[in-house]
Write a protein that binds this ligand. Sequence first.
Ligand code: CUA
Length: 187
Amino acid sequence: MAAEGRHSASAAVAERIERRWAAISIVIIAFLTGMAAFAGIHQATMPQAQVETIDPVTLPVSGEFVESNLGSALEPDGSVTVRLVGQQYSFTPSCILVPKDTPVRLRATSADVVHGLFIRQTNINTMLVPGYVSDLPARFKRAGEYLMPCQEYCSVGHEGMWAKVKVIEKDAFTALAADKRRLSCVE
Ligand code: CUA
């Protein structure tokens, strides 16, 4: 009799604990589901982070993407910023010069329609959309030449739209940058 009482008492305790854990796990699942739903809805309704807009009409005459400002610039911290513009059917500059093993920041836009910026043998691939600035980091581990074809169909001359990226040693780049504000390998 006494033993049976103890048994049913411990069964009741076990059941209570089990119910509590069941409730906790439901709360955890509800919390995670809520979080995933919130993150999804938030991402779908918010604009992309760091959207930079630019007026394609004034592009050649004022602002960051005037022709004299295109090409590679050596920054005070030793990194390099490359500015380029895509237009039917070429890139300016058509030969981009960068140093090896250096943080490079590519800033590019389009002067007319959507073009694609893709550097072969790398994972650098983005769209150039008129009205927007594409900004992406890069680093080249090997010196040499990389082809940069337009990667987005942009009308009849698309196939012939390409540029190249020339990666040179850091010292050589720094020496060239000493007497030129913007560098490129356009001959
Ligand atoms: Cu530009 Cu295709």
